[in-house]
Design a protein around this ligand. Structure first.
Ligand code: PGA
Length: 252
């Protein structure tokens, strides 16, 4: 089973428009040939400018970091999936732990956002992951299984096939503390098993599962070397072209 290999950058709330264009140009300049898909998860304001910069690179796309679950309406300050798709963006990161904790996004909202994204042809990259307390209590596997069930398993099999899952232990995000390759592998294999139980074993085998949380050039090779890790969701290190490219190379 060959699964899509993906390196996705998550710029979070960094980079003004000029800085974002410069970072994109630098990444494209250094991009190695290879089979991986590269996703640049930028702030909304960059999407319409960066999408046309990528047209000659068929393995590089731009993604939003959130979308609203409703199609349109009186939701001041919000952005719909159709608006994102209209910029030329191809994907959207959903359910990031920062959205879940700072913006009170529930699994149910993330499910509805995933449906909204799919309805506009955007690929959802749906994040799950446990806190340190849950891991220390030995509840990480069951917690992530519940997140998956509530955020994704209402989808039809054909919709689920379009989803990418990102496992991001909350305690590893932006902390410099990476899950060990063994911890990542354990959880990725678990996620695949839970997906296979909810759908079927083929679906479990083919879903791409990215690891996120303090991935750096120095640890990427080891993490990506694990059999159930299909790439990474990269925060801090995606803001520097050299680091991001080194991580892309670690996957190929
Ligand atoms: P980090 O962030 O790589 O800076 O830990 C990852 C993420 O939040 O997606």
């Amino acid at each position: 089973m060959t699964r899509a290999k993906i390196v996705a950058g998550n710029w979070k709330m960094h980079m003004d428009l000029e800085e974002g264009k410069a970072l994109t140009s630098e990444i494209l300049k250094q991009l190695p040939d290879g089979g991986s898909t590269i996703i640049l998860g930028t702030p909304f304001i960059h999407l319409a400018t960066i999408a046309p910069m990528l047209t000659s690179h068929n393995n590089v796309v731009v993604a939003a970091q959130n979308c609203h679950q409703e199609a349109s309406g009186a939701y001041t300050g919000e952005i719909s999936a159709a608006m994102i798709a209209s910029t030329g963006a191809k994907a959207v990161i959903l359910g990031h732990s920062e959205r879940r904790s700072y913006f009170a996004e529930s699994d149910e909202m993330i499910y509805n956002k995933t449906k909204a994204a799919l309805s506009q042809g955007l690929q959802p990259i749906v994040c799950v992951g446990e806190s340190l307390e849950l891991r220390e209590a030995g509840e990480h596997l069951s917690f992530v299984a519940t997140q998956l069930k509530k955020s994704l398993f209402g989808l039809s099999g054909s919709d689920f096939d379009k989803v990418v899952i990102a496992y991001e232990p909350v305690w590893a995000i932006g902390t410099g503390k990476t899950a060990s390759p063994e911890q990542a592998q354990e959880m990725h294999a678990h996620i695949r098993k839970v997906v296979a139980e909810a759908y079927d074993s083929e679906t479990g085998d083919k879903v791409s599962i990215l690891y996120g949380g303090s991935v750096k050039p120095s640890n990427a090779v080891e993490i990506f070397g694990k059999p159930d890790v299909d790439g990474g969701l990269i925060g801090g290190a995606s803001l520097n072209a050299d680091d991001f490219i080194a991580i892309v190379k670690a996957l190929s």
